[in-house]
Design a binder for this molecule. Structure first.
Ligand SMILES: Nc1ncnc2c1ncn2[C@@H]1O[C@H](COP(=O)(O)OP(=O)(O)O)[C@@H](O)[C@H]1O
Ligand SMILES: [Mg+2]
Length: 273
């Protein structure tokens, strides 16, 4: 039966350019319904740019993208109502309580008034935040803030949950807390999860498959076990990454894209501040 369902994500030859700079380069990737897919790569690999296309926040310039069979160029609204998105940058309002933060998203997503309280409660419970729901979010720890953001993304019961670097900057215990809740929730609701991270060991433990991205292109896609076996006995996912990205070291020139990446990310940072 599952073969009859459309793919959760189907990207064909996606390319995205910021001016002359190609951030996503002819990338094709398929994610099946119910899968947890990890998108791995160093800073500047193009993960956020790809994720923003998947969530329809950034338009597709070149290539084809379907989410649950819906063409991203024409069905933007339908796609958005199926997706929960936790962006890389902070999305909570510190002056509101945890409950109010999730309720605000419920309103944004158009959850009917009569269902809101129930949905907010379920989303907070799934992230184990009910007992702190009346506290101001500004007083939450880093791990609690991340879980609150996941609760916000869950409130419209998405079929696809997209998490961009959900555990960056968290200590190992807080990271475990985020992952445990995401896994519990996935077991409960069977949603598809796409997450980006540069913590290889986390992806290894959590993801059904991983996609290794470097300088805008996909270098390898597969289960962590298969990818490690392709490299050597006892290889870690770090080794896999080095293996598939290694040819770049030889290609580097003084005007290499590393330099451009640093320059352009500084520009981005200065614009953001
Ligand atoms: N708004 C932008 N304008 C110009 N360049 C950008 C912009 N956003 C990202 N980039 C560049 O595109 C590349 C990919 O960035 P990004 O998708 O954020 O990667 P990642 O999420 O993997 O760190 C980087 O080199 C970055 O500097
Ligand atoms: Mg990013």
């Amino acid at each position: 039966m599952t073969e009859l369902l459309p793919l959760a994500i189907d990207c064909q030859n996606l390319t995205y350019r910021y001016g002359q700079f190609t951030a996503v380069d002819d990338l094709s990737l398929q994610v099946r319904p119910g899968e947890t897919m990890g998108l791995l790569g160093p800073n500047g690999a193009g993960k956020t740019t790809l994720v923003r296309m998947l969530t329809t926040l950034t338009p597709v310039q070149e290539g084809e993208l379907r989410i649950f069979g819906l063409d991203s160029r024409r069905r933007t609204t339908d796609i958005r109502s199926n997706i929960g998105y936790v962006p890389q940058q902070l999305s909570i309002e510190p002056a509101l309580t945890g409950w109010q933060n999730v309720e605000w998203f419920a309103r944004l997503y158009g959850v009917p008034r009569g269902e809101r309280a129930c949905r907010v409660e379920q989303a907070l419970a799934a992230m184990e935040l009910l007992d702190v729901a009346d506290r101001l979010a500004g007083a939450y720890s880093g791990g609690m803030v991340r879980r609150l953001e996941v609760a916000q993304a869950l409130v419209n019961r998405p079929s696809l949950l997209v998490l961009d670097e959900p555990t960056v900057g968290l200590d190992p215990i807080a990271r475990d807390g985020v992952w445990t809740q995401v896994q519990n929730m996935q077991a409960q609701f069977g949603m598809t999860v796409l997450l980006t991270t540069h913590y290889m060991e986390e992806a290894d433990a959590l993801c059904d498959r991983v996609a290794l991205m470097h300088r805008g292109t996909l270098r390898a896609v597969g289960t962590p076990t298969d990818l490690k076996a392709q490299v050597s006995a006892g290889a870690t996912l770090e080794d896999v990454f080095r293996h598939f990205a290694a040819s770049d070291l030889a290609e580097s020139t003084p005007e290499s894209s590393d330099f451009r990446e640093i320059r352009s990310s500084r520009r981005v940072a200065s614009r953001a501040s």
